[in-house]
Design a protein around this ligand. Structure first.
Ligand SMILES: Nc1ncnc2c1ncn2[C@@H]1O[C@H](COP(=O)(O)OP(=O)(O)O)[C@@H](O)[C@H]1O
Ligand SMILES: Nc1ccn([C@@H]2O[C@H](COP(=O)(O)OP(=O)(O)O)[C@@H](O)[C@H]2O)c(=O)n1
Length: 233
């Protein structure tokens, strides 16, 4: 059976980059759940024009979700996202998609549909474990996962990290968009407080390597690596 490592947190907390590195270190798969919501937002925008591409319209979103040929790689060293024949790996990070994604993520039928997909992708991964990251993995998608982590960082630190990535964008606008999206998203699922049994890793004062180490330590406490087993630790 594939082991699930569940990681939640707000935008820019380091979920994707840290989870990817942790997956490499443990020989696990990596599942970016936000990519499904982003790809569906991209799909809605690509399918229609005018009202037919309105990601705030639940009926439009549900119609797009019923015809959504989505595929994602769980390989941390070969990450890609596709909708049908189109590689959307880069396109789903564009600001126009980021601005539309919360509308898509608000639709309960969409959440139920992608959650089933996430569980199936983990089941069929063929890997000993998968690091699954998002907003509701510790609470809804995999509440029984043996390791559940909330990755946080102070809002200004998260905004600074995100704007450093998007060098062409205005830092103030990136920060405002990030805080707006967190506010919209946290009305749907609570990813700002740790549920019972969830370990908080706060990366505000940690660099990237230290954050990866902190997450690996939490995992090792519950799931020793084969090497650690061998040493009798
Ligand atoms: N502890 C850290 N210290 C400094 N930079 C970090 C740290 N964790 C992540 N980053 C960087 O911050 C940016 C946002 O991280 P990302 O993994 O995309 O966050 P999320 O998936 O939560 O939105 C990336 O450029 C990443 O390399
Ligand atoms: N498990 C999840 C993951 C993402 N999402 C939604 O998908 C969007 C994009 O997620 P993401 O993880 O790619 O966002 P970042 O944290 O990388 O900025 C979020 O803003 C949420 O609206 C969600 O609702 N539930």
């Amino acid at each position: 059976m594939t082991l699930t490592i569940a990681i939640d947190g707000p935008a820019g907390s380091g979920k994707s980059s840290v989870s990817k590195q942790v997956a490499r270190a443990r020989g696990y798969g990596y599942l970016d759940t936000g990519a499904a919501y982003r790809a569906l937002a991209w799909h809605v925008l690509a399918r229609g024009t005018g009202a037919a591409s309105d990601t705030a319209d639940e009926a439009v979103v549900v119609a797009a979700a019923s015809d959504f040929p989505y595929a994602i790689s769980l390989d941390p060293d070969d990450y890609w996202v596709r909708v049908g024949e189109t590689d959307v790996t880069a396109a789903i990070r564009e600001p126009r998609v980021t601005a539309a994604v919360s509308g898509v993520a608000r639709v309960p039928a969409v959440r139920a549909q992608v959650n089933e997909l996430f569980r199936r992708l983990v089941r069929e991964s063929g890997r000993p474990g998968v690091v699954v990251e998002g907003r509701d993995i510790t609470t809804v998608v995999a509440p029984d996962a043996p390791v559940r982590i909330l990755l946080t960082a102070a809002p200004d630190v998260r905004a600074a990290r995100r704007s450093a990535e998007l060098s062409g964008e205005d830092a103030g606008a990136v920060a405002a968009a990030l805080h707006r999206r967190d506010a919209a998203d946290s009305a749907v699922v609570d990813f700002l407080t740790a549920a019972d049994g969830v370990t908080v890793v706060d990366s505000t004062d940690l660099d990237f390597a230290q954050t990866v180490e902190a997450v690996l330590d939490v995992i090792s406490a519950t799931v020793p690596t084969p090497q650690e087993n061998h040493d009798g630790r």
